[in-house]
Design a protein around this ligand. Sequence first.
Ligand code: ZN
Ligand code: ZN
Length: 360
Amino acid sequence: MRAAAFYDKRDIRIVDKPVPEPKADEIRVKVEWCGICGSDMHEYEGGPHGVPTMGHPGVHPLTGKTALPLVLGHEFSGTIDKLGPQADTEKYRVGQRVCVEPIITCGQCKLCRTGFENCCPKMGIIGVADDGGFAEYALARQHRVHLLPDNVSFEIGALIEPLCVAWHAVRQANFKMGQTALVLGGGPVGLAVLKVLHSVGARSVYVSEVADARKVYAKKSGATEVWDPREVDVVQACKDRSPDGLGVDVSFDCAGVPASIKTAIKAVKPRGTILNVALWDRDVPVSLSDITAGEKVLIGTACMVDDFPAVIQAVSDGRLNTDGLITGKISLEDIVNDGFEAIARARDKHVKILASPVKR
Ligand SMILES: [Zn+2]
Ligand SMILES: [Zn+2]
């Protein structure tokens, strides 16, 4: 099969690989579309980071993967192509349209057994800890394979995973209907959080973003107001817009720069909640006094757990709007130039580029 294999920083090659065989309860998916994620870009531009090459960070405890090359891609949809010998043939059949929840977990530890599989100490991601969706075929265990309703296209199917990341962040925040939020960063994750917040009845969602193209996307995605933090005092603006002058109920840092997390902490009202959605590769100084003084709550969010069915339903019945999230559809054969390099050249102009191994 054709696959985009990650060999090293800025070295992805389209190669021929054997079609993988599903073992035990695994299901083989014939990939239709797979989205390029910011974390894929992170590997491509500066990696290897998360992928398990020897020493970076070693053998993955669940997949046994030890060395590059590795097929990236964890946001994919497709059709069931083959079932492993122990897969549930009542529930899954060849030809069903599906998307894949890419988390790989041990299933044994206390966290896995109590519903917090996304916090499993051994957790890995398909497309990071093992071969993923930038290929003609990919494997996943059956409980990670979710059926797509007829009215959810394969393209939207490839968006379910990033939407679940946003959905889970909003769930972690305990966000309630009628509350207000500040989203820092109008990239793919920030826009997804914005859309999810609208779908659950946010009163106002403000977005802080510096890039012009992203400001436009945020406005189109329904941001109440979009502020450039170089021109607007975002903390003061949040206070000015709130009836009691105290700030927003919840802030979501999707930018992951020192200024954004500081603003996120200061912009929420006392007893408000700050969600750190961004992935960090460095430590940043923040004022913990700003959290202590007003009994603010700073929360992390890791991937997703049990979010796929709810997000698929919300997309299918129209509550969760996905307009404008897909900004490019390319062939897998062109993924380096038209995908990774295109994003590297003009990151702000793209939200989600999808790649397909299917000749169209
Ligand atoms: Zn992702
Ligand atoms: Zn576990």
